[in-house]
Design a protein around this ligand. Structure first.
Ligand code: PLP
Length: 410
């Protein structure tokens, strides 16, 4: 299964898989290959110093930062001079929301979606309220889990300043038609802020094709360290004035980065992007070209595993799968009537399965679906290091939820 991707070889790259668990918690954060751990450790062992000095240790840090920017640019088809790095996607989104809100006027409008993680909702809501900007919502079809793009014809007006949208739902996997939506947004002169945190380990990203003026990422979702990034055109960044300290550099992209950076973690970013680019074992050619090939193989492999997983789940009468989106990452949520999601996750953990429960910050979506009052749902998410055997173990563990526990005869 999965031409081009040798999963046994890939699993050998991940020391953490030795714990024997089925790691179906990838949407919350992936495991890390040895190459990434090594790169981070090596950066901590070499002499580094803050950027801007005239001695070699400072130059090494400069190289780590520029290596990380280049790797992120390769991952998304952006340019290194437009890559802002920071502690995580949420923090960076708040920074950008504040900077963008400075350009808004009372009576302007922004469009948010209920499919999104709260990190691409709450900062915009908060700043829209402060600026007297109207918020319009794209709704999810709660039966299918789709975010219909036709509704943007109604939502977008000449007053729309921003469309914030996810490239893939971290809760139910839905991949909305980002390209169609951003094209419409650009027709009315709005900017687009696309959250690719969940999409990045599953899809080959092309920022230009997606029409993403800002593309937000989180490296720990794609086998990297806990670092966030936002990619944009440097000329667009140059038009924004974020909050910053007076002596801190005013050039782009540095002006969006606060204080000293976690450069030892930045060292892990090229290693993580190389990991994705070399998943098919092809070490030749430009990294972006290798990514195109390997992410196609990842999508095919994950798609086959996911079809097996969802077919199994849907065949179980005691399981209710949330939505059935046509285009999806290998991520699914379900509920089990009469069991709290936390209880389900605890039972799965006893069967050696790592599964997340709750709303995973997809608060608006789960409020709309109506599952939050009963504790949300349970999520299973696959990555390129999962196997067919693991999918079968997942299905066995979910099937066992329906079997009453044995009790000792009195
Ligand atoms: C789709 C999506 N967006 C944003 C985030 C937030 O990322 P970070 O933890 O880097 O702030 C997450 C994390 O779960 C996510 O899944």
């Amino acid at each position: 299964m999965g031409a081009g991707l040798d999963v046994a070889r890939v699993r050998g790259l991940f020391p953490a898989l030795a714990d024997g668990f089925v790691h179906a918690d990838g949407p919350a954060g992936s495991l890390v290959p040895e190459s990434v751990a090594h790169a981070v450790g090596a950066a901590m062992r070499m002499p580094v110093a803050p950027r801007g000095g005239v001695f070699p240790a400072s130059g090494r840090t400069e190289a780590l930062v520029s290596g990380a920017r280049t790797a992120v640019a390769d991952l998304v088809g952006g340019v290194p001079a437009g890559v802002v790095l920071g502690p995580n996607m949420t923090t960076l989104t708040w920074t950008f929301a504040r900077a963008l809100a400075r350009t808004w006027r009372a009576g302007d409008e922004i469009v948010l979606s209920r499919l999104d993680h709260d990190a691409n909702i709450r900062p915009w809501l908060h700043l829209a309220e402060e600026a007297g900007v109207e918020v319009r919502w794209a709704e999810v079809d709660i039966e299918t889990g789709e975010l219909p793009s036709w509704q943007y014809d109604e939502l977008l007006t000449r007053r729309t300043r921003l469309v914030a949208l996810t490239a893939a739902s971290n809760a139910i996997g839905t991949c909305p038609d980002v390209r169609a939506i951003t094209a419409r947004a650009h027709e009315v002169g709005a900017l687009t802020f696309i959250d690719a945190a969940h999409a990045a380990p599953h899809l080959f990203l092309d920022q230009g094709e997606l029409g993403a003026d800002f593309l937000a990422l989180s490296a720990y979702k794609w086998c990297g360290p806990h670092v966030g990034a936002i990619s944009a055109h440097p000329q667009l960044l140059a038009q924004l004035q974020p909050d910053k300290l007076v002596p801190a550099p005013d050039r782009v992209p540095d002006r969006f980065e606060w204080g000293e950076s976690a450069v030892e973690l930045y060292a892990g970013i090229p290693a993580a992007v190389d990991h994705l680019a070399d998943l098919c074992g092809t070490g030749d050619g430009a990294r972006r070209d290798r990514l195109r090939l390997s992410m196609a193989a990842v999508a095919q492999y994950e798609g086959e595993l996911f079809a097996r997983l969802t077919a199994g789940l849907r065949s179980m009468p005691h399981v209710q799968v949330l939505g059935s989106p046509v285009r999806s990452t290998p991520t699914v949520s379900f509920t089990v009537p009469r069991m709290r999601p936390r209880q389900v996750a605890a039972d799965l953990a006893r069967h050696g399965v790592c599964a997340w429960d709750g709303d995973y910050y997809a608060r608006e979506l789960f409020d709309a679906i109506g599952v939050n009052d009963s504790g949300g749902a349970v999520r299973l998410g696959l990555l390129h290091y999962n196997t067919t055997e693991e999918v079968d173990r997942l299905l066995d563990a979910v099937a066992a939820l329906d079997r009453p526990a044995l009790s000792r005869p009195r």
